[in-house]
Design a protein. Structure first.
Length: 50
């Protein structure tokens, strides 16, 4: 498996109306996908790891 790191200002998400949500931290991070249905009540879909 190959993981691509997130760099500051990388686009993380695109909203339904075409807006973008960028990674706002200054540290390099690796996104970890978490099934959004499993964590809906907690509002968690993705975590990042450094």
């Amino acid at each position: 498996m190959t993981c691509s790191p997130l760099h500051p200002s990388d686009v993380m998400f695109v909203t339904f109306d075409g807006g973008v949500i960028k990674y706002s931290n200054t540290a390099l991070a690796y996104p970890i996908f978490i099934n959004e249905a499993a964590h809906y009540n907690q509002g968690v879909a993705t975590k990042v790891s450094q």
